[in-house]
Design a protein around this ligand. Structure first.
Ligand code: FES
Length: 77
C-alpha cells in the first residue's frame, strides 16, 4: 500500500475531484461503479447532480458558489 496521501481537489464553484483509485459505497455499504476509463472522478458537492454522488455538470446551471481556500501555512523564519 502506498504511503502517498490521497489528494481531493475542490474545484472553484464545482465538484470534488480525486484520482479514480477509491471505493465509494452507499449507506448500505454497496459500492458505486466508478465511471470507466477516467483518470479522475468528480463528486458532486452542490447537490444538484442527477447522477449523485457523481458530478454531472449541473453545478454550472444552479449557480453553485464555493470558492473556499485552505489556510496558507505561516512562513518558516
Ligand atoms: S458539483 Fe457538479 S453537479 Fe454538483
Amino acid at each position: 500500500m502506498s504511503d502517498e496521501k490521497l489528494t481531493i481537489r475542490c474545484r472553484e464553484h464545482g465538484p470534488f475531484v480525486l484520482p479514480a483509485k477509491f471505493l465509494l459505497v452507499d449507506h448500505l455499504g454497496n459500492a458505486f461503479p466508478l465511471p470507466a476509463g477516467k483518470e479522475n472522478i468528480a463528486l458532486c458537492r452542490c447537490g444538484a447532480s442527477k447522477n449523485k454522488p457523481f458530478c454531472d455538470g449541473s453545478h454550472k446551471a444552479c449557480g453553485f458558489q464555493a470558492a473556499e481556500t485552505a489556510p496558507v501555512p505561516a512562513p518558516i523564519v
